[in-house]
Design a protein around this ligand. Sequence first.
Ligand SMILES: C[S@@+](CC[C@H](N)C(=O)[O-])C[C@H]1O[C@@H](n2cnc3c(N)ncnc32)[C@H](O)[C@@H]1O
Length: 180
Amino acid sequence: MAEIAVLVLALAAIASVGAHTLLTGAPPTPTSPIVRRVVLDLVPAHLTGTVLDMGSGFGGLARRLARHCPQAQVVGYERSPLPWLISRLWQMLRPLPNLRLIRGDFRGAPLESASLIVCYLIGPIMTDLAPELAARLAPGALAVCNTFALPGWRAIDSRVADDLYLSPVFLYRMPDSLPG
Ligand SMILES: C[S@@+](CC[C@H](N)C(=O)[O-])C[C@H]1O[C@@H](n2cnc3c(N)ncnc32)[C@H](O)[C@@H]1O
């Protein structure tokens, strides 16, 4: 009986992650440790204000950002319930005072007051996001994007991770990176 319960729970978890991947268009694949280091290299540790992880998944990158920028408030937005729940469990077990994990759509996030946004999202989402960020991010705000660039934007810095895929990571700043 216990085996059946475990199987049902496992299938429900897989179905939930699969359904939300279809819904959002992005799987909850975490940024790898090698790429995380590259991301953190591009993020000033003295940053203040609000850092938004746009789709925080299991929360690993958001936690690293919270430790890297102790004077900033890191807020992760995640739509998929299971990854979000796991990130909340970590936060209950090992609380970081400057980290909040919200279950919700990052399109409702207060982009206007963000000092930094971080994205690891696929190409079509970045295409949709680019004009919204251009309209809503404040001057001086930074954006760090893992693997998928913001179409049309000019990076002020970029790095290539030493991983299997040679993943690129891009740093943008408002308004210097805007097209035109
Ligand atoms: C590739 S994962 C990145 C996880 C984490 N940011 C990292 O780099 O380790 C992308 C996540 O974005 C989430 N996502 C996609 N669209 C979203 C939206 N509109 N609002 C909130 N989360 C979203 C997905 O559910 C997925 O977990």
